[in-house]
Design a protein around this ligand. Structure first.
Ligand SMILES: [Zn+2]
Ligand SMILES: [Zn+2]
Length: 325
């Protein structure tokens, strides 16, 4: 599981200023939380006392979001068209292409699909950059800013809701998270679904059932760009198949579609999917080059224009239908 706040060297300034007592300290390397002062203490791993909504597997080595079941839907939506392509479309390509080139078409399709599934798993099963909660509120360091503090009676009268910290010589205002009892680093947000603060939080993606943040953003980007490639690959060879039917039977396009309806269905399906994932790939390329994140304020908020891409619209639709089922 991700390192304790003391282990994230660059962000020490955001954690509590006093050293955490030994019996509260989590060892990020071994993931052991032990009460060394108690002779009868049981050593519990961090994930066993986790207060967020994550689901852990294999002794805490795999970290999923609470909606990990949606992963099966995503895998289904990837695998079914690939199976249809290999079963119904590729046969003609294998027969028509010379020098067994048709087999390479199938093999490359299978490799692309395996790559997409692995990247999906790496995105979904990793710590997205969760900042472990503090057990106690940090002590007030007499920070320079203290404005309205509506929760002061609850969370501690001395803690300001924001404070100023220096980052690369610039003053940055950081907010206090009353759930995680810590000052969030810049670009960190609290995911209401996972109930954790996540570094460089981008969004919570229901299609992968996980937050997208500092530690899995690269895999998420590779996942959507690889899925775009897979969609375009299947789309292109379905068109090739239709063209070959037209040439073989000297018929028009609609007759060719009737002769291979699976090709027609896959062309439509991959065109729509390529629009969703390709739009997201282009959007994240834009974000990477402009050094931004694509956070949207709440799952159903429609929507700041920056994050209104087909993928984010699909995420919101997912939440909408999930909430109404
Ligand atoms: Zn938080
Ligand atoms: Zn989340």
């Amino acid at each position: 599981m991700g390192g304790g706040e003391k282990m994230r060297g660059g962000e020490k300034m955001y954690s509590t200023s006093t050293p955490m007592p030994t019996h509260q300290l989590s060892d990020s390397n071994r993931g052991i939380m032990g009460n060394h002062n108690d002779n009868n203490a049981r050593n519990l791993r961090v994930y066993q006392t986790w207060k967020g909504s994550n689901i852990f597997c294999f002794g805490g080595r795999l970290v999923f979001g609470p909606d990990v079941r949606s992963l099966f839907l995503t895998i289904f939506l990837i695998m079914i068209p690939v199976i249809l392509f290999c079963a119904f479309v590729s046969q003609r390509l294998i027969n028509d292409f010379q020098h067994q080139l048709g087999y390479y078409v199938v093999v490359i399709c299978v490799i692309l699909t395996a790559n997409v599934i692995i990247l999906l798993f790496l995105t979904s099963a990793r710590d997205p950059g969760i900042i472990p909660r503090n057990l106690h509120p940090p002590e007030d360091e007499g920070s320079s800013i203290s404005v309205d503090w509506p929760g002061s009676q609850v969370a501690g009268p001395s803690l300001p809701p924001t404070k100023d910290v220096m980052v690369n010589g610039m003053v940055v205002k950081v907010k206090y998270c009353q759930t995680c009892l810590l000052y969030r680093p810049p670009r960190c947000s609290h995911c209401s679904i996972c109930n954790n603060c996540v570094e460089r939080f981008d969004h919570h993606c229901p299609w992968v059932g996980q937050c997208i943040g500092k530690r899995n953003y690269r895999f998420f980007f590779m996942f959507v760009s690889s899925t775009t490639m897979l969609c375009l690959y299947v789309l292109a060879f379905c068109w090739v198949n239709i063209r070959k039917i037209m040439d073989t039977y000297h018929c028009n396009m609609w007759t060719a579609f009737l002769k291979s309806p699976v090709s027609g269905i896959l062309i439509l399906y991959t065109f729509i999917c390529a629009w969703f994932v390709g739009g997201l790939t282009a959007f994240h390329l834009y974000l990477i080059f402009t050094n931004q994140v694509a956070i949207f304020s709440s799952p159903l908020s429609l929507c700041c224009s920056k994050s209104f891409t087909p993928h984010y619209a699909a995420c919101k639709l997912f939440y909408f239908f999930a909430d109404n089922i």
